[in-house]
Write a new protein. Sequence first.
Length: 229
Amino acid sequence: MTDQRHQEEEQVHRLLAVAAEPPGHTLAPPGADFTARARRALARRRLGAAAGAAVVVLVTGAGASAMYGGAANDNDGLAAASAQCLRTTVQNLQDGRRAGFQAVYGQVREGDVDVDDGTTQGSAFRFDIDGTLTPGGGVPSSGPVLTWYPVSEVQLPPPGRYVLLLAELGVPSKDGRRLFEFRPEDVLPVDGDGRVRLTCEDGGTGGVEKERLRAALAGPKPAVNSGRP
């Protein structure tokens, strides 16, 4: 577990402690940064819950496609993402980076792979990484990886191209293969024209070029010092 996760757990405990205190207590609630992250996470969970309901009804590959905004190569009528939609997406992905995840893009392959880490048996899916949007994090910049899914199978992205947040698990599989985890609330389909499909807080969708998303994640470039007084 990363330091970021430890800090978030401590802030949750502090929030619970504040709620349990009688009037006039002296405990300070968590700061504004934690509150902002919690609001963004709640918005993502609400979007995921609405999409997940469709998957529960259908329980088919088509239902899983609907959860992630349609087929990954369907680019008909996709408008450009608004500045606010892009900003919210970047904030969500940055939250994942602070939690130890790295933004990569590539392809989810068909089929699952049985894995065993010596304690738990389960399944993983194959994800072929084509490139990265954020540096570091211990995730390969290209090539196939095994991604252990910590969620129900019906919540998995169907085969196609996506931007995912990946992080290496603490232990490899029993046969020595490296295992990675992903954040199900931050799965962004990549359309056939290469644009990343964003789901906005109002439930709408919009497209953005990968390079623009990479630049937004990198933040503004520092001003060049001309050396003049």
